[in-house]
Write a protein that binds this ligand. Structure first.
Ligand code: ADP
Ligand code: MG
Ligand code: ZN
Length: 718
C-alpha cells in the first residue's frame, strides 16, 4: 500500500516525499481508523484526506466552515483532474439542486460542504444513501467550545452523522488545538490516542519579533520600504486603526489595500482579490480578514497592536510563510493595547465566567509581550508543545545580543512593595508607590506611609510598570485574573525575596538619569553645534530643528542610513528631508574617527532591527542524533519525535543510543524495567559469543531488539 500512496502523491500532486505526519494520517485513515491530525498551518493537511479519498471507494465528504475557500479547493482538485464539487449558501437554489442530484448519482470523489448543510433534510437524505469513503472535518477546532472559534452548528452535526450507518471513517484536521480541544475532538469523534498524529505546532520558517517603544506608523513605513515588493498583512485591532493606517500609507505613496467589516461586500471582495492575485502587496485589515485566505507567499504579518490572545495571534501570524520560506511575524506592542483589549472584552461579553476566561488569555498575551525568553518557545509552551530547546535562535529575544543583567535587588524591592501593599493592588498603583507619586489615590489609601514609598523614585513610572509586567511574565509575580488584576506573591516571589533565586533581565533596570549618560558626549556636543549653526542660519530656535533628546539618541544609536534615522524619536519624514542628511554626515565623520564605537549598538537598536538582525536559521547544525536526543530529553515521546522529524522510530532509537554511547545521560525507564535488564544481562553473561540475535533467542518474545540494545548500551556492552 505504501508504494501506492507515494505513487498518488507523485502522480496527482507532483510531490516526491510526504511532509511530517502526512503518511501516518493517510495510512490510519485508509485502514479505517478515525484519526485526528494536528499539524501547523501550511503543514499539508488537505493531502491527509485527499489521498485517502482517492484511494478508498466512494465519495469523500469534507466539512469546512470556510465557505470562501471551498471554491478554490474544488478548482485546485479540478486542475488535478479530480472530480469534486461544493455545496454552500453562495449557490442559487437551482445550482444546489443540480449538484445534489449529481452527488446522489455518485459523480464526485470529493464534496465540500458547510456545516449548516446538514440542517437540510434533502441533503441529509442524499448523504444517507451515498457510498461514502470518509468524512473529514477541516478546521476541526471549530467543533469544540474550548476552541477559539467555536461554531455550534459544527458541533451539532456530529450526533446527526453518528446516526448514519454508511460512514466508514472520520478524519479531523486542525492547526491550533490545545489539550482541551484535542481531547474534546477525540471524544466526540471516537478517536483513540493511538490515532492522533500531532506534528507539533512549530513553524520553523517563521521568525517572531516583538517591537516596543517605537512609533508604530514610522516603523511600518520603514519596514515596508525595506521589504518592497514582498507580500504582507498588517493587522490592526480596530477598523479605525485600519482606516488611519491605510490613509497614511496611501498618502506616502505605498500601495496598500484594506479589509474590515465596515466596508461593503464588494469593497472587501475587490481588496481581497487584489491581494490574493498579487496586484497589491500589502493588506491592512482587522481580524475579519484571513480565514479564507490560502495565499502561500505572504512574507510577513505585522500586528499593529497586541491581539486579544495567543490563539488568535498564532493563527493570524501563521498566515505568513505557508510555502515554507522564511517569513517574519512582528508584533508592535504598546501599553495602551492592553486597555483596548480590556475594553473589547467588557463590551463583547456579558457572562462573568467567559470574561474571566478571556482575561486569563489576555494575561498570557501580555506575558508574551514582556518575556525575555524565546518567543517561539513561549508560544509552543502555551499550546502544550515541548519545543526541545530553550532558544529558537531566530526570534527577536533569541537574536538580541544584549547581555543579561542581574536585577534581583530591584525585583526584591518590587516584591516587598507588593507585599506591603497587602497584595490588593495592580501594576499601576504599585508603580506609583515605588515611584513615590503624589497621585491623590495614593493618599486616599494611605500608601505614602509605606516604607517602600518612593523606594525606586529614580525610575520613571512607565519603567517601573514595565519591570513589574516583566516579573509577571517571568512568573516571579502572580496576578489575580480580571479587568484590574491585583498582584500577588507566589512561591517564586518568596524564593527571590529570600535570595534563593536570582532574576535576570536583558535590559537592566537603569534609572533614567543613567540611561541619559549612555551616549557619546563628544558627538552630542558636535551635533549641538551643528544644530546651533543651522538654527542661526534659518533664524529659528535650535529646538525647532531637533530636541536634545533626539540629539542624544543620535549620539547613542549612531544612525547612518535614512531608515535608521527615521527610527529615532523626533525624526519624522519632513524633518528627515530637511535636516537628516546634515546630521547623518556629522555622525559619519565622527564614526570614522571612532571606528570601534557603535559596532554593536547601531545594529541593535538604531536600525529597523527586525529586518537586520534576524535571518531565519536555515540549517540546524547540530548532528542529527543530538536533535533527536535533545527532543527526547525534553520529554517528547519517541513516536512523536519520529513524526516531527519525519524519520523512522527505529532511527530515533538509534539516535538516543548513539548519544548514550557518547556519554549523554538517558532515562532508560522507557526502554526496560529492572527485571528485564537483569534478564538480558544474565543471558549476555552466559553466552559465549553474545550477539543481539542469539541473546534474543534466549529470551521471551516480548524482549525486542530495541529493549536488548538499550540494556547493552546502558551497560556499555555495545
Ligand atoms: P494546511 O491545510 O495544513 O494549512 P495545505 O494542505 O493547504 O496546508 O498545504 C499547504 C501547501 O503545502 C499546499 O501548497 C500544498 O500543496 C503543499 N504540500 C502539501 N503536502 C506537500 C508535500 N508532501 N510536499 C510538498 N508540498 C506539499
Ligand atoms: Mg487547510
Ligand atoms: Zn527564540
Amino acid at each position: 500500500m505504501s508504494d501506492k500512496l507515494e505513487h498518488i502523491l507523485k502522480s496527482y500532486f507532483g510531490y516526491d516525499t510526504f511532509r511530517p505526519g502526512q503518511k501516518q494520517v493517510i495510512v490510519d485513515v485508509v485502514n479505517g481508523f478515525n484519526t485526528l491530525a494536528v499539524m501547523p498551518t501550511g503543514g499539508g493537511k488537505s493531502l491527509c484526506y485527499q489521498i485517502p479519498g482517492l484511494t478508498l471507494d466512494g465519495t469523500a465528504i469534507i466539512i469546512s466552515p470556510l465557505i470562501s475557500l471551498m471554491k478554490d479547493q474544488v478548482d485546485a482538485l479540478h486542475a488535478l483532474g479530480i472530480k469534486a464539487t461544493y455545496l454552500n449558501s453562495s449557490l442559487s437554489p437551482k445550482e444546489q439542486q443540480e449538484r445534489l442530484s449529481d452527488i446522489a448519482a455518485g459523480q464526485y470523489t470529493f464534496v465540500y460542504v458547510a456545516p449548516e448543510r446538514f440542517e437540510s433534510n434533502l441533503f441529509a437524505n442524499t448523504i444517507r444513501q451515498l457510498n461514502i469513503s470518509l468524512v473529514a472535518f477541516d478546521e476541526a477546532h471549530c467543533i469544540s467550545q474550548w476552541g477559539h472559534d467555536f461554531r455550534p452548528s459544527y458541533r451539532s452535526i456530529v450526533p446527526r452523522l453518528k446516526k448514519l450507518t454508511n460512514i466508514p471513517v472520520y478524519v479531523a484536521l486542525t492547526a491550533t488545538a490545545t489539550e482541551d480541544v484535542m481531547t474534546d475532538i477525540r471524544t466526540l469523534l471516537d478517536i483513540s490516542p493511538d490515532h492522533m498524529v500531532n506534528t507539533g505546532f512549530e513553524r520553523d520558517n517563521l521568525s517572531f519579533h516583538l517591537v516596543k517603544g517605537k512609533n508604530k506608523a514610522t516603523y511600518i513605513k520603514h519596514f515596508l520600504d525595506e521589504r518592497k515588493g514582498e507580500s504582507g498583512i498588517i493587522y490592526t485591532a480596530t477598523r479605525k486603526q485600519a482606516d488611519a493606517l491605510y490613509d497614511q500609507l496611501r498618502r506616502q505613496g505605498t500601495a496598500v489595500e484594506k479589509y474590515h467589516a465596515g466596508l461593503t461586500e464588494d469593497e472587501r471582495k475587490e481588496a481581497q482579490s487584489a491581494f490574493v492575485h498579487d496586484e497589491a502587496a500589502i493588506m491592512i485589515a482587522t481580524n475579519a480578514f484571513g480565514m479564507g485566505i490560502d495565499k502561500s507567499n505572504v512574507r510577513f504579518v505585522i500586528h499593529y497592536a497586541m491581539p486579544m490572545n495567543i490563539e488568535s495571534y498564532y493563527q493570524e501570524a501563521g498566515r505568513a510563510g505557508r510555502d515554507g520560506e522564511p517569513s517574519d511575524c512582528i508584533l508592535l506592542y504598546s501599553p495602551q493595547d492592553v486597555q483596548l483589549q480590556k475594553f473589547l472584552i467588557e463590551q463583547s461579553l456579558a457572562d462573568e465566567d467567559a470574561k474571566q476566561n478571556e482575561y486569563r488569555k489576555l494575561q498570557a498575551m501580555m506575558n508574551y509581550c514582556h518575556t525575555n525568553s524565546c518567543l517561539t518557545a513561549f508560544i509552543l509552551d502555551y499550546f502544550g508543545d515541548q519545543p526541545g530547546y530553550d532558544a529558537c535562535e531566530r526570534c527577536s529575544n533569541c537574536s538580541d545580543q544584549q547581555e543579561k543583567v542581574d536585577i534581583t535587588e530591584e525585583a526584591q524591592m518590587i516584591l516587598s512593595c507588593v507585599k506591603r501593599m497587602g497584595e490588593r493592588f495592580g501594576v499601576s498603583m504599585t508603580a506609583k508607590v515605588l515611584k513615590g507619586s503624589r497621585d491623590k489615590r495614593i493618599r486616599e489609601f494611605g500608601l505614602e506611609d509605606l516604607s517602600t514609598f518612593g523606594l525606586l523614585s529614580a525610575y520613571t513610572e512607565k519603567d517601573l510598570s514595565d519591570r513589574i509586567q516583566f516579573l509577571v511574565a517571568e512568573n516571579v509575580l502572580a496576578t489575580e485574573e480580571g479587568k484590574f488584576p491585583t498582584l500577588k506573591l507566589n512561591q517564586k516571589s518568596v524564593d527571590v525575596l529570600k535570595g534563593k533565586q536570582h532574576v535576570f533581565m536583558k535590559a537592566a533596570l537603569v534609572p533614567t538619569r543613567e540611561l541619559d549618560d549612555d551616549y557619546h558626549g563628544d558627538l552630542f556636543e558636535s551635533l549641538r553645534q551643528l544644530r546651533k549653526d543651522m538654527a542661526d542660519a534659518q533664524a529659528v530656535p535650535p529646538y525647532v530643528i531637533f530636541s536634545d533628546a533626539t540629539l542624544k539618541e543620535f549620539a547613542r544609536y549612531l544612525p547612518d542610513t535614512e531608515s535608521d534615522m527615521l527610527t529615532i524619536t523626533g525624526v519624522g519624514e519632513k524633518k528627515y528631508a530637511k535636516y537628516g542628511e546634515a546630521f547623518m554626515e556629522a555622525i559619519g565623520v565622527w564614526k570614522q574617527a571612532h571606528p570601534d564605537a557603535g559596532k554593536t549598538k547601531t545594529v541593535k537598536i538604531g536600525g529597523a532591527p527586525v529586518i537586520r538582525d534576524v535571518k531565519a536559521k536555515d540549517v540546524d547544525d547540530r548532528p542529527s542524533h543530538m536533535i533527536s536526543y535533545q527532543m527526547f530529553q525534553s520529554g517528547i515521546a519517541l513516536k512523536d519525535i519520529a513524526i516531527r522529524r519525519n524519520i523512522e522510530k527505529q532511527t530515533v532509537e538509534s539516535h538516543i543510543f548513539k548519544a548514550a554511547q557518547e556519554g549523554y545521560p538517558v532515562v532508560w525507564g522507557i526502554f526496560f524495567n529492572e527485571e528485564q535488564e537483569e534478564n538480558v544481562l544474565s543471558v549476555h553473561e552466559n553466552l559465549e559469543e553474545p550477539k543481539l540475535k542469539t541473546i534474543k533467542e534466549h529470551l521471551p518474545e516480548a524482549y525486542d531488539y530495541t529493549l536488548i540494545k538499550a540494556v547493552l548500551v546502558k551497560n556499555a556492552l555495545m
